[in-house]
Design a protein around this ligand. Structure first.
Ligand code: NDP
Ligand code: GDR
Length: 367
């Protein structure tokens, strides 16, 4: 039985990847952070009582800012594969926490690589580094491929640039099987609530159900190449199954503005929007509502721009070129953007409907 160690197992990708690897017959170990409240919602369904026999899913307390703990866990687990997904992953927040972001996203990657090297596991352990399309930053060319120059535009992207190059360097210097997956944005119903897609689908659900009035967003012109996290974790695994360690772009090849995602998400509950104004003054109003379940007044303002969500430096346009992944990994995404939006909106509508039933019964649940 192969053993995998996942940092960031409590995050969106960690949860999907853990499920994927368990289905493939792996023994899965994950690093979770200590928090004052339970933080394992996304993986609770995978957890088995550790007193049972044949437990194949184990969580270890740890943090990427702590080398000794990383070394101890890797020594204990002796993994065949490490997926380094742990990160302070919010681009906007990285402007508020630049030093911490560098510690975790940049030096954290070094800590993993160095632990594997010091423990003499370079021939055994393969390492996947969660690199990102944010590395491309200020547009140099489109679509962006493995050969496109990087121009990071946030403390997050700069930290990830270090993670990218230190992974390449350890591969070349110590002949380690260490690879970067340069993944473009990928989303799902498990996406963190403050990333734009999930923020939109949650707001659409609440507005449709009459629980909220208006969605406030930042830059509606930014364009992203959005895929489904389920497809992308499969690519992570494929990257570690090749004969030779290499870096891969994982993307759909299609880009969509944030504004269009908003329209698609509202469209999912039968609400069509009309946009007026420009830039910070842009607003969205209900043009029609074809779903009798939702009683929204025509002309009601449901979207406004709040510049508080603007970033000091923005990444305007991302479109990935997944040709290498298609050719060498035989990987293609199965989900369309429409299917992704449908799944996310449906899941949030379901959640907020249930929450309201519980709340009416006086039982407080969730956020
Ligand atoms: P999430 O933000 O959902 O998950 C991040 C994970 O990292 C969480 O488990 C979090 O723990 C953990 N983490 C945060 N800080 C630390 C730390 N100091 N030590 C250990 N673990 C920590 O991210 P995603 O699942 O979306 O992304 C996974 C990885 O892929 C990240 O590295 C991200 O930067 C990268 N990436 C993501 C893309 C995307 O579109 N989703 C695209 C390209 C790259 P906790 O739950 O306790 O907060
Ligand atoms: P991104 O994702 O920065 O691409 O990083 P995010 O969803 O945060 O932003 C996408 C774009 O939407 C614009 N935007 C807003 N973003 C947020 N979060 N909130 C808003 O209200 C809002 N309004 C407009 C942003 O300005 C941006 O242009 C994600 C993360 O998962 C990274 O970890 C990962 O590396 C990259 O994707 C690829």
């Amino acid at each position: 039985m192969k053993k995998a160690l996942i940092t960031g197992i409590t995050g969106q990708d960690g949860a999907y990847l853990a499920e994927f690897l368990l289905q493939k017959g792996y023994e899965v170990h994950g690093i979770k952070r200590r928090a004052s409240l339970f933080n394992t919602d996304r993986i609770d369904h995978l957890y088995k009582d550790q007193h049972e026999n044949n437990v194949n899913f184990v969580l270890h307390y740890g943090d990427l800012s702590d080398s000794t703990n990383i070394i101890r866990i890797i020594q204990e687990v002796q993994p065949d594969e490490i997926y380094n997904l742990g990160a302070m992953s919010h681009v906007k927040v990285s402007f508020d926490e630049p030093e911490y972001t560098a510690q975790v996203d940049g030096i954290g990657t070094l800590r993993i690589l160095e632990a594997v090297r010091l423990l003499g596991l370079t021939d055994k352990t393969r390492i996947y580094q969660a690199s990102t399309s944010e590395l491309y930053g200020l547009v140099q060319e489109v679509p962006q491929s493995e050969n496109t120059p990087f121009y990071p535009r946030s403390p997050y992207a700069v930290a990830k640039l270090y993670g990218y190059w230190i992974t390449v360097n350890y591969r070349e210097a110590y002949n380690m099987y260490a690879c970067n997956g340069i993944l473009f944005n990928h989303e799902s119903p498990l996406r963190g609530e403050t990333f734009v897609t999930r923020k939109i689908t949650r707001a659409v659900a609440q507005i449709a159900l009459g629980q909220e009035d208006c969605l406030y967003l930042g830059n509606l012109d930014a364009q992203r190449d959005w895929g489904h996290a389920k497809d992308y974790v499969e690519a992570m695994w494929l990257i570690l199954q090749q004969e030779k360690a290499e870096d891969f772009v994982i993307a759909t090849g299609i880009t969509t503005p944030v504004r269009e995602f908003v329209k698609m998400a509202f469209g999912q509950v039968g609400i069509s929007l009309e946009f007026k104004g420009e830039g910070a003054n842009e607003e969205g109003f209900v043009k029609s509502c074809s779903n009798p379940q939702y009683q929204l007044e025509i002309g009601k303002k449901v979207l406004a721009v709040d510049p508080v969500y603007y970033r000091p430096t923005e990444v305007d346009l991302l479109i990935g070129d997944p040709t290498k992944a298609k050719t060498k990994l035989n990987w293609t995404p199965k989900y369309s953007l429409q299917a992704l939006v449908e799944e996310m909106v449906e899941s949030d509508v379901e959640y907020f409907k249930n929450r309201s039933v519980f709340n009416k019964a006086g039982i407080k649940i969730g956020k």
